[in-house]
Write a protein that binds this ligand. Structure first.
Ligand SMILES: [Zn+2]
Length: 166
């Protein structure tokens, strides 16, 4: 699976659920995919987890993190559900903040990079951003523009900024 393959999978999910504008209703998508989402207070260094028990996909999201961050966590876990179902069958897959938030991808497992690419495209679809920006380049140190876009897409500013690095 290439990163572009992961992004394409996210676009297919959006299409299948008729999502055409921001903010992307990630929780509704999760429910329609049959995922049971549980919000619980977890250790601060944990963002979320996913596993399959008796055929039911269960995703846990750290309730103590900011709401926009919880959306990214849920989207990341949905990436595992869509792309890496097999790794959720045997073990509880746990995502740690440190693994996810480092700018460098060094040391990240392939599956984590793919799940992040999926989540990024699911919450900040290329098509939606293009429609807003009309081909204009985003200036990454334009804090106001990043902030406006982050609010519109209901993601953190760091996730939005990171989105334009790729
Ligand atoms: Zn993960």
């Amino acid at each position: 699976m290439s990163l572009e393959g992961a992004r394409e999978a996210a676009r297919e999910v959006l299409k299948a659920h008729g999502v055409t504008s921001a903010p992307v209703p990630v929780e509704r998508i999760a429910r329609k995919l049959g995922v049971r989402v549980q919000y619980a207070p977890l250790d601060n260094d944990l963002s979320g987890m996913a596993h399959i028990r008796d055929g039911v996909v269960i995703v846990g999201v750290n309730l103590l993190h900011a709401p926009n961050r919880q959306r990214f966590t849920l989207a990341h876990e949905l990436g595992h559900v869509v792309l890496h179902r097999a790794i959720l069958e045997d073990n509880v897959h746990v995502d740690r903040v440190l693994l996810r938030d480092r700018d460098s991808s060094a040391g990240l497992y392939r599956e984590e990079i793919e799940a992040n690419a999926f989540a990024s495209e699911l919450l900040m679809p290329t098509e939606f951003l293009d429609a807003i920006l009309g081909g204009r380049q985003v200036v990454l140190d334009d804090d106001e523009e990043i902030s406006t876009l982050a609010k519109k897409f209901r993601v953190s500013e760091s996730a939005m900024r990171f989105r334009f690095f790729r």
